[in-house]
Design a protein around this ligand. Structure first.
Ligand SMILES: [Zn+2]
Length: 365
């Protein structure tokens, strides 16, 4: 088949230990003067210190929850509008960055956030600058136009060009304090991004290259980052793997494993990374083909079976849930139906209907 693709990567990326300390210079470079900083509660004291030292941080919203809520977007948007901010800085895991993206996208208009959330208003072309600073090595949100936001019982994944960060500052030092279990969850999410971008029906050559390298780096560093969180080399390699993982799926989008992660998170409350990890080894076996074998060999593995087994071993090491019996009362038919109905399932290279998914989950009983 003739080589053909369209590739785009619009985010300016600063990578390296200590890079976050250069935020001021980066704001200078972009001419930004009035920034709202979004973070989780644990980062609030640092954010307040930053605000005292740099008058360009005009407000802080530090109430971001694990599953970011539309109410957080509403509050951040209100701050941006009343303070006439020119940028939103999201510091944290996917939650803080996704909240920052949404608020920055709508801050220059006066519509209610819910109207954009429901799709009643389109996201405008003009928006505030978005500076994404990931503190976990996983979501890749710093290089994608995806924002996952919850409202009451609903969890929406919104994919819009308005959400693409202007700048990503990836500083591995920031991931040093991430606890082991979160390190494993987010690391396996990064692995899932790379594999899903690679096996997505929309895969393309430049993204594939990054996927191979991300898989190699996760396989060589995740266990060390989990067992020895102070190992900055392993942290840096995982931060780079997560960045590459994000870029691997930014254009091709994810597939079956992520499709299943949504019902697993919503109905059985698994954190995103653990929800992806739950079916990742199953999908490696289901999607195994010549292309995936090639990725495995290029990533330093003997083949797909070794990849699947090592994912299982990593989950076991961290005590992640691996069986449906660990999730409480599971309605197998509903779970299979909900996974099949998710839009991302259509990207899976092997067609998976509810019956095929039921069979997959039955093996995890
Ligand atoms: Zn993910």
């Amino acid at each position: 088949m003739a080589l053909e693709f369209a590739y785009r990567q619009p985010v300016k990326i600063y990578f390296g230990a200590g890079k976050f300390a250069r935020l001021g210079e980066i704001l200078d470079e972009l001419g930004l003067r009035r920034c709202v900083l979004v973070c989780g509660r644990h980062f609030a004291p640092t954010a307040q210190q930053m605000q005292q030292q740099d008058g360009r941080i005009v407000a802080i919203f530090s109430e971001v929850e694990q599953n970011p809520q539309l109410s957080g977007v509403e509050e951040t948007t209100r701050l941006c509008r009343t303070l006439q901010a020119d940028a939103v800085i999201g510091v944290g895991g996917g939650s803080a960055i996704d909240t920052a993206k949404f608020a920055a996208a709508i801050a220059l208009e006066d519509g209610e956030p819910i109207a954009y959330y429901r799709g009643e208003r389109p996201f405008p072309a003009k928006r505030l600058s978005i500076i994404a600073v990931p503190t976990t090595a996983g979501t890749g949100s710093e290089v994608t136009q995806v924002s996952v936001i919850s409202h009451v019982a609903e969890k929406r994944t919104i994919n819009d060009p308005a959400f693409m960060p202007s700048v990503a500052i990836v500083d591995p030092e920031l991931s040093r304090s991430v606890p082991p279990r979160t390190t494993m969850n987010t690391g396996l999410d990064a692995l899932a991004h790379a594999l899903e971008g690679y096996w997505s029906k929309n895969h393309q050559p430049i993204s594939d290259l990054m996927a191979v390298e991300a898989v190699r780096l996760v396989m060589e560093n995740l266990e060390t980052a989990y067992t020895d969180g102070d190992n900055l080399q392993a942290r840096a390699n995982m931060a780079y793997a997560a960045l590459l993982g994000g870029m691997s799926f930014a254009l091709p989008k994810t597939a079956g494993c992520h499709a299943c992660s949504y019902p697993l998170s919503e109905d059985y409350h698994l954190p995103h990374g653990e929800a992806c990890a739950f079916t990742l080894d199953s999908f490696v076996r289901i999607n195994a083909d010549e292309r995936l074998e090639l990725l495995c060999r290029r990533a330093g593995l003997s083949g797909t079976e070794e990849l699947a087994q090592r994912i299982g071993a990593l989950k076991e090491l961290a005590g992640l849930r691996r069986r449906l019996s660990e999730l409480g009362e599971v309605d197998l038919d509903k779970l299979a139906r909900d996974c099949a109905a998710h839009g991302l399932m259509a990207n899976n290279p092997v067609p998976m209907d509810a019956a095929a998914l039921r069979a997959m989950f039955a093996q995890l009983a």
